[in-house]
Design a protein around this ligand. Structure first.
Ligand SMILES: C[S@@+](CC[C@H](N)C(=O)[O-])C[C@H]1O[C@@H](n2cnc3c(N)ncnc32)[C@H](O)[C@@H]1O
Length: 302
């Protein structure tokens, strides 16, 4: 933002912010500027565009100016506003968790579809609350998958693991925010290690594991590489290293007929699909994301 000589109004603030973020090479710079101004003013987008002549208070100008500078330097918008929407729910995000991505919503869609088909096959009614289902989300991060499933399936009991205690603290706060704390049990664990000592068996295991290859790190956007947790990004040198252990554990912990739904990295499919062969697995299916990339693989335990 330029130093202000006259009172700053909303229209000018937005115009200058668009120019500053565009010049800094910020992706989706218009949206980022809008979200930061909405955050600084505590207003929604409708208000911004309905009040272009409104004068912005000095304290809000200072806040907006500092947010813009941090965004221009590469901090993700969600770290500055502290939130991200996923499955039409608002989640707290901090630098300790992966920012929920829209493509991860396909994991929820596939999981709900698979459970629905299973219910129809079992002769139950099509709309169901997930009564009695045991579900686990491995690598829960912000808790977005576990919490979205808890909202969709109010009768299900959900376990959510993460190797990061800092991520679990955020996930617990998100569960409380969405009033599902009593139905999600959070567990610090390497993959399903902790569950493997228990007598728990699951109807559904979902996971969006870290799947970026360390050798791809230089190709990542600075917002991702420099600001999101490494433990949430990298699956190993190639990226797909965690799937083999996760699928082996899932084979042990799923009930017969239980469903596994995994998000895939853009090049994970050739490495992951062969791990879901007979005799342990059947009904393997792959769903593409909106960009046509194979994004979710699902299979049923025989
Ligand atoms: C790609 S993020 C996904 C977060 C969230 N589920 C989502 O979809 O936005 C992967 C998560 O797995 C966790 N993680 C990484 N390695 C793990 C491991 N070996 N066992 C359990 N969790 C792990 C990370 O801390 C991170 O929260």
């Amino acid at each position: 933002m330029k130093p202000q000589t006259a009172p700053l109004i909303v229209r000018t603030a937005l115009r200058e912010a668009f120019a500053q973020l565009r010049a800094a090479g910020v992706p989706s710079h218009t949206l980022a500027a809008e979200l930061l101004l909405m955050h600084a003013l505590g207003r929604d987008r409708t208000w911004l565009y309905a009040h272009p002549e409104e004068v912005i208070r000095d304290s809000e100008v200072h806040l907006f100016t500092s947010l813009l500078a941090r965004r221009a330097a590469g901090e993700p918008t969600q770290h500055l506003t502290g939130k991200q929407e996923f499955w039409s729910l608002e989640f707290e995000v901090t630098p300790d968790v992966l920012i929920p991505r829209p493509e991860t919503e396909h994991v929820i869609e596939v999981a709900l579809d698979r459970l629905g088909v299973r219910e129809i096959r079992a002769g139950h009614k099509q709309t169901f609350s997930g009564e009695g289902l045991q579900i686990t989300d491995v690598g829960t991060g912000s808790g977005c998958i576990a919490i979205a499933l808890a909202k969709e399936l109010p009768g299900a009991r959900i376990y959510a693991t993460d190797i990061s205690s800092a991520a679990l603290a955020v996930a617990r706060r998100n569960a409380a925010r969405h009033s599902v704390s009593d139905r999600i049990h959070f567990l610090e664990s390497n993959l399903l290690d902790e569950a493997s000592h228990s007598s728990l068996f699951f109807d559904l295991i979902v996971s969006n594991p870290p799947y970026i290859g360390r050798r791809e790190a230089a190709t990542l956007m600075r917002e991702v590489r420099d600001h999101e947790p490494e433990i949430a990004l990298y699956g190993g040198e190639e990226g797909y290293e965690l799937y083999a252990e996760l699928i082996a554990q899932a084979a042990v912990k799923l009930k017969p007929g239980g469903i596994l739904v995994l998000e895939l990295g853009h090049n994970s499919l050739p490495a992951v699909q062969p791990l879901l062969d007979a005799p342990l697995w059947t009904n393997v299916g792959v769903a593409n994301d909106l960009a046509g990339i194979p994004r979710v693989i699902a299979a049923e335990r025989l």
